[in-house]
Design a binder for this molecule. Structure first.
Ligand code: ADP
Length: 438
């Protein structure tokens, strides 16, 4: 298309230019006509300028006979009276004529005598051959070059696109070869920060998140299995011992009672695991409602009336009116877990404070105790599933290491944050922040 447009545009420009050139050369020649002694004739300068192998000039009568015709091969253009009459009447001076396979562009202009009447015509023309030759060469060049350019453009485009899309091939290959058991591969491509660069980075980040999620899943499964195995092997031991010899019905009753304790522990563990899984699944379907957080806090505190009393532990509430939009059931679960922990790790005399307030951008909720406290090295891990600070003691107290994991899952589902401020012997504060829902 570019070639065709170039060709047609150039042809139009050159042809128009030639037409104008012939017309002006005719007008100059006509203006220089010498009408001496009653007859017109061409002067010497005009003849030397316009009479050559590529041009001609002549004077004709209206019937086509010559007044003055210096002649050369190009004068064989027929002096057609009809054409002369047409040029004069219709003011269409330019004509095209072919001689010996060559094209002449010529002009026919009237010659007037002193009275103004037309007594003859002046014709002058120039060969268009140079232009036609140039256009022919250009046409051949374009026809020959076009296929070569198409091949070059296609090859170049193919190679260029291949190079640009190389990262996409690598992403495809990695995605095809990545499996659940082999998630550590990364693209690690050093690309500029454009669409493809960001795609590669996002892909790596997605793999990292998936690997992390799978690892956590695996750890969770093995931890859960481990947790279930301990009470199960205890029960197995009791059964073996009981069956090792004949026993009285009182002995069997005693064994069943111990069984009951372990079964209760197992059931509680399974229920907690289910609650945790459900909380994580509920992440997207929180049942938020407008609530007065201070009233929820007071209600939870009231549930623990028995825990305070004359045990030497003071339970206090520190609230101000705190409107919030949270999932009420889940918030109660959070407070119960934190209160249980606080009361578990406190010895009388001591205090447990539960409170809430409105803070910039959301609400704050806390449970603060004067209990045993948690050493700094455990702070980062106490929210992990099954993590216990003192494994042996926690087992005795029935702790599964899931309480804070559930708290964290619920806080995350609300887009909130949790912070622990604690030191051994000083006590612990669990401070939760819930932003306003967006
Ligand atoms: P558990 O259900 O076994 O209590 P959690 O996930 O609730 O497990 O807590 C993890 C660990 O954090 C516990 O083993 C305990 O040692 C420690 N912890 C939690 N809350 C407190 C607290 N208020 N004071 C001291 N230690 C705490």
């Amino acid at each position: 298309m570019f070639g065709a447009l170039l060709y047609l545009g150039l042809r139009y420009f050159l042809y128009t230019n030639l037409d104008e050139q012939v017309l002006s050369q005719g007008k100059i020649a006509a203006a220089a006509l010498d009408a001496g002694e009653g007859t017109v004739h061409l002067d010497a300068t005009t003849l030397s300028d316009l009479q050559n192998p590529d041009s001609f000039v002549r004077l004709l009568n209206l019937d086509g006979t010559a007044i003055q015709d210096p002649g050369n091969s190009l004068t064989q253009i027929p002096a057609d009276p009809a054409r002369i009459a047409d040029a004069l009447e219709n003011d269409a001076p330019l004509s095209r004529g072919a001689i010996d396979g060559r094209t002449m562009i010529y002009v026919t202009l009237p010659i007037r005598d002193a009275t103004g009447s037309v007594v003859g015509v002046l014709q002058t023309g120039t060969s268009r051959d140079d232009i036609d030759e140039l256009l022919k060469l250009l046409g051949i060049g374009l026809v020959l070059a076009a296929p070569a350019m198409i091949v070059a453009a296609a090859t170049g485009g193919y190679l260029f696109a291949g190079r640009v899309l190389q990262p996409v091939s690598e992403i495809t290959a990695l995605a095809a070869s990545t499996s659940e058991s082999d998630l550590h591969a990364r693209l690690n491509l050093d690309l500029p920060d454009d669409e493809l660069g960001r795609l590669a980075q996002t892909f790596d980040a997605m793999l990292a998140r998936m690997e992390d999620a799978f690892n956590r899943q695996r750890r969770f499964t093995s931890d859960a299995a481990h947790e279930l195995r301990t009470p199960l092997s205890l029960m197995r031991g009791q059964v073996d011992l009981a069956l090792s010899r004949q026993r009285s019905s009182d002995d069997y009753r005693e064994v069943l009672r111990e069984f009951d304790v372990d079964l209760t522990r197992l059931t509680r563990l399974v229920e907690t695991l289910l609650a945790l899984t459900r909380t994580e699944q509920r992440g997207f379907t929180l049942d938020r409602s407008a609530l007065a957080l201070d009233e929820v806090v007071r209600a939870v505190r009231d549930q623990y009336d028995d825990a305070g009393g004359d045990t030497g532990i003071v339970l206090s509430v520190n609230v101000e009116p705190t409107p919030a939009s949270l999932d009420q059931d889940l918030v109660i679960q959070v407070l119960v877990n934190l209160m249980d922990n606080a009361l578990l790790h406190i010895t009388a005399p001591g205090t447990v404070e539960i409170g809430c307030r409105t803070a910039p951008g959301g609400v704050e909720l806390w449970v603060k105790d004067s209990g045993a406290g948690i050493a700094l090295e455990h702070h980062a891990r106490i929210f992990d599933r099954f993590y216990r600070v003192d494994t042996s003691r926690a087992r005795q107290s029935g702790g599964s290491g899931l309480g804070l994991a559930i708290v964290k899952a619920i806080v995350d589902a609300h887009d909130g944050s949790i912070e622990v401020i604690s030191a051994p012997g000083v006590g612990s504060t669990f401070l939760l922040r819930f932003p306003l829902p967006t």
